[in-house]
Design a protein. Structure first.
Length: 85
């Protein structure tokens, strides 16, 4: 698992994705949404201009990090690498 760029804190995985524009940040969120929905594990995320702040934790498991969170982090990293180029 490639988690070097994710911070594990407060029973969650956290990362800020940075883009060159607001449009690219929203495009990332849109591109990831279909795969996220298929995984049926949804992030807490916020967009502030060119940044998408993400927090992952599994609410059904008592707000802790589970395998689903690791899978979702990998999915988001993969989408980010495809979108940012």
């Amino acid at each position: 698992m490639k988690l070097e760029s994710w911070n594990q804190t407060d029973n969650s995985l956290q990362k800020t994705f940075v883009f060159s524009s607001f449009v690219k940040a929203i495009r990332f969120m849109s591109a990831a949404s279909t795969e996220i929905d298929a995984l049926n594990h949804h992030p807490e995320w916020t967009n502030i201009y060119n940044k998408v702040l993400v927090t992952l934790r599994t609410h059904d498991a008592g707000n802790v990090v589970t395998d689903l969170d690791y899978k979702l982090s990998e999915l988001l990293d993969r989408v980010y690498e495809g979108e940012v180029k």
